[in-house]
Design a protein around this ligand. Structure first.
Ligand SMILES: Cc1cc2nc3c(=O)[nH]c(=O)nc-3n(C[C@H](O)[C@H](O)[C@H](O)COP(=O)(O)O)c2cc1C
Length: 149
């Protein structure tokens, strides 16, 4: 199975999970990079504001076409209870091309229901979802067996 992992990460937590997944299934990996950065205090405020309004933003050109893959793993941090805008924008940009999606998220708390539901609006129906807390990822307290099988 040809697999792609596409993720956005502001502070490297989702990145760590994405890289672990990519190693586990021998996938190509696409880091989603927003043209307008979200770093620093101002970036943090902008991130929350953009997430709340589900703003679709511009992202850098992609290396891989998700339509070429049998499985696409998509990852994002939770921002203000929602999917971080760079990942949301990736999903929107690739609407109709994303088959067999497995969707993973990281967040400070462990309530992912709202964010998993949010992507349905963008015609995304993940076949599997995974939500891990920042702490679980940092401390390697997770098992990916059922998510990857
Ligand atoms: C702007 C912003 C908003 C956030 N909102 C939430 C939230 O609503 N709920 C939550 O549990 N965590 C929230 N977080 C925490 C992140 O989801 C969490 O730290 C995540 O693991 C960061 O992943 P990353 O390092 O890949 O960016 C927020 C973080 C940022 C930057």
């Amino acid at each position: 199975m040809k697999s792609l992992v596409a993720y956005y990460s502001r502070s490297n937590i989702t990145k760590k999970l994405a890289e672990t997944i990519a190693n586990g299934v021998n996938a190509d990996i696409e880091e989603i990079i927003p043209k307008e950065k979200y770093q620093g205090k101002l970036g943090f405020a902008r991130a929350g504001k953009h997430a709340m309004s589900e703003k679709i933003i511009e992202i850098e050109e992609l290396k891989f076409d998700p339509a070429d893959y049998d499985v696409v793993y998509i990852g994002a941090p939770v921002w203000a209870g929602k999917v971080a805008t760079p990942t949301l924008s990736y999903i929107k940009q690739n609407e109709g091309k994303l088959n067999n999606v497995r969707f993973f998220m990281t967040a400070g708390s462990d309530d992912f229901k709202k964010s998993f539901k949010q992507v349905e609006k963008y015609s995304l129906k993940p076949v599997k979802t995974l939500g891990l807390t920042t702490k679980q990822v940092k401390k390697d307290e997770f098992n990916l067996d059922s998510f990857l099988e």
